[in-house]
Every structure is written in structure tokens, then in C-alpha cells.
Design a binder for this molecule. Structure first.
Ligand code: SAM
Length: 234
């Protein structure tokens, strides 16, 4: 049987800084320090969990949830994570999971995708004391062509508006900033791998044009701060 960690295809986050131990450790520490009160001894669901690797780092840092539901139609967690007794895997879209009544719902870069698809039904499926939503700010963190910006902006959701419409109020908000430095060829491979959700529907011609723009406009080493807004609602 193939080991779960051995993949023969490129996943969106298997390349570049998103796959680096430093990045995963950065977010693991956010979960185990800043968010500890929402996580430790709580029943949590990470909806749109992807490879869930951040949890491995958070748990190694001492994070101890009572139950951790990892939900994603494309879930591909490691054997180590799977072996924690409190981890419950749901390799399904949230719409196919029995309604959850939990302490904390976490969506890291996934709420806009799910909300676009199921809208307010999300809250029938996920009844949480607190919702922790991480999303990219409207001002894109890295240098892009005008064509990229045109597809990126409509993909941004006004999370606070969506939450307010569902009777949720903001508890706190914070911007996290992760310093990225990587060779241009790695950046190009991430774009080719459609590493961010707004690139998923783009055709090959769009990607080729973006790569040509990068080659013409960006230096050999690319540096920027990857910013994510974290808003906590109740
Ligand atoms: C940009 S990725 C974020 C992954 C992870 N949270 C992270 O930050 O590494 C968005 C994830 O949302 C998942 N997703 C999309 N639709 C979903 C749905 N209806 N229910 C649950 N997850 C969904 C995708 O499969 C994808 O793994």
C-alpha cells in the first residue's frame, strides 16, 4: 500500500513556502499560543483542513484539543496526525458531514470557497461558540499582473459582512505576516501548480501569461510578507 505521505501529484500546498517547515511551525505556534484558549481542551473543527500539517506542529508545541475534526473533500493528513486519538478525519465536503455542535470552528483560507458554494447553510452545518476565520486581505501580498489582480479581487469575500448577516459579532482581529523569500523559479512552479484558490479555474493560457509576466517583471529572488487576516467571531 502506498504510504499516505507519498504523493505522485502536485498538491496546491506541496511546493514553495507553504510547504516549508518554517511556515508550518509559524502557524503551529499561532495555534498553540495566540489561539490556545480556543483550542486546548476544546472540541474543534478545521473545515477545509487540506493536509492539516499545521496541527502536527501545534500539537508538538503542546496544543491538546479534546476533539479535532479535520474536514476536507481532499483531506490528506499524515499517519502521525491520524494516530492521535482525538483526531477525527472526514474526507468529505462539509455539506456531507453531520451537523457539528462544537466549541471552535477554524477555517484557514477556506471559508470564502465554502461560503461561495453553500452560503448561509454553512451555519446550519457548523454551530460553534467561536469561529476563527483566516483569509487573505484584499490587498494582495505579492506582485502580480493586472490580469491576476482582476481574478483575485472578486474571489475575496467580505467575511465580516457574511458573519454579521448570520448574527455573529467580531471578538477580535489580527493580521499575521509571514516573511517569504524564494527563488523566482520556485515562485513560477507555485503559480503553475495553481497554489492559490483563485488560480484553480484559470486555463493554461492564463498561467502561461502570468509566468511570462513574472519572468519579465520580477527579480531572481522574490521577497514579500505573506499576510493573513484572522478574525474571531461569536
Ligand atoms: C486554500 S486550501 C486551505 C487548506 C488549509 N486550511 C491550509 O491553510 O493549509 C482550501 C481547502 O478548502 C477545501 N474545501 C473546498 N470546498 C470545501 C467544502 N465544501 N468543505 C470542506 N472543505 C472544502 C479544499 O479542498 C482545500 O483543501
Amino acid at each position: 500500500m502506498q504510504d499516505k505521505n507519498e504523493k505522485d501529484f502536485l498538491r496546491w500546498a506541496d511546493n514553495g513556502w507553504l510547504a516549508s517547515p518554517e511556515y508550518l511551525s509559524f502557524w503551529g505556534s499561532v495555534f498553540s499560543s495566540d489561539l490556545v484558549n480556543y483550542v486546548d481542551n476544546k472540541t474543534i473543527a478545521d473545515i477545509g483542513a487540506g493536509n492539516g500539517q499545521i496541527w502536527e506542529y501545534a500539537i508538538q508545541n503542546g496544543c491538546l484539543p479534546k476533539a479535532l475534526h479535520l474536514i476536507d473533500p481532499d483531506l490528506y493528513i499524515s499517519n502521525e496526525l491520524e494516530n492521535y486519538r482525538f483526531v477525527q478525519e472526514h474526507k468529505d465536503p462539509i455539506e456531507d458531514v453531520s451537523p457539528l455542535h462544537i466549541d471552535t470552528a477554524i477555517c484557514k483560507q477556506s471559508f470564502h470557497i465554502i461560503y461561495e458554494y453553500i452560503g448561509n447553510k454553512f451555519f446550519d452545518l457548523v454551530n460553534a461558540e467561536k469561529y476563527i476565520i483566516f483569509s487573505m486581505p484584499k490587498k494582495i501580498s505579492w506582485a502580480v499582473s493586472d490580469a491576476f489582480e482582476e481574478i483575485f479581487l472578486p474571489s475575496c469575500l467580505d467575511v465580516e459582512k457574511a458573519m454579521k448577516e448570520n448574527g455573529k459579532k467580531t471578538v477580535s482581529s489580527n493580521i499575521y505576516s509571514y516573511p517569504v523569500k524564494l527563488p523566482r523559479h520556485v515562485w513560477i512552479s507555485m503559480v503553475k501548480g495553481r497554489f492559490t484558490s483563485c488560480l484553480h479555474p484559470c486555463d493554461d493560457e492564463f498561467i502561461e501569461n502570468e509566468v511570462a509576466w513574472i519572468e519579465a517583471n520580477l527579480p531572481e529572488t522574490i521577497e514579500f510578507d505573506d499576510k493573513l487576516e484572522c478574525i474571531i467571531f461569536e
